[in-house]
Design a protein around this ligand. Structure first.
Ligand SMILES: [Zn+2]
Length: 212
């Protein structure tokens, strides 16, 4: 029988951010000043609202700080807990994500692959996507993003092992100076059984390699 587990995670339950409208208007003024100084003509029909749209886009791109109440429920696995020896992996991905690097506030984006070895609970692909986006839609770095996804997945489903692999392109390096157009940064995190067993890591890598 499948049961629903209610879980309250501080990360998922964050209060939506509030910015007073007078502050927002002031910010639009600052952004307009910066864009003008950098060369934008704010008097054209296409750019007049650009500071407003820019801030709105920035707010949307960082919506992870608002939390995600839909991450509250996970479903208990139907798999009998007594079945042992079956260290079968649940592997999901690619999950597309977009984040802002905290060093330059410019986007880095790519795909996440997540693997776990189920303990008492499982979690659906849509929740895993939400989990990745909860932390990706912030000012962050790729290493922390991977750690946070692994941490919350452990908290949500108490798995026996977690693997998180992120592969991303960073616009802060690609748009400026050394133009390394094709470079990708890969980070991988292993927890629990994945940390202990090389064959699980190999299986995970082979599986996601076949999906890319
Ligand atoms: Zn950067």
């Amino acid at each position: 029988m499948t049961s629903v587990i209610e879980l309250i995670s501080p990360a998922a339950e964050a209060e939506p951010r509030a910015v007073a409208s007078e502050d927002w208007r002031r910010f639009e003024g600052y952004v307009g000043e910066i864009f003008t100084a950098l060369g934008m003509d704010l008097s054209a029909p296409g750019t007049r609202e650009t500071p407003h749209r820019f801030l709105q886009a920035l707010r949307d791109a960082t919506a992870g700080y608002d939390g995600d109440p839909k991450l509250r429920t996970v479903f208990a696995s139907e798999r009998p807990p007594a079945v042992d020896g079956s260290h079968s992996q649940i592997i999901e991905g690619p999950i597309v994500f977009h984040a802002l690097c905290e060093h330059h506030a410019l986007p880095f984006f790519g795909v996440a692959h997540i693997g776990y070895i189920a303990g008492p609970e499982i979690i659906g692909i849509s929740k895993l996507t939400r989990l990745v986006r909860l932390y990706a839609r912030r000012f962050t770095v790729q290493e922390r993003l991977g750690e946070q996804v692994a941490d919350l997945l452990e908290e949500l489903v108490r798995p026996r092992g977690v693997a998180v692999r992120l592969e991303a392109a960073h616009l802060c390096t690609q748009m400026r100076g050394v133009a390394e157009h094709e470079s990708r940064t890969v980070t991988t995190f292993w927890r629990g059984l994945y940390d202990e067993r090389a064959e699980l890591r190999a299986e995970f890598m082979a599986e996601i390699g076949s999906r890319r």
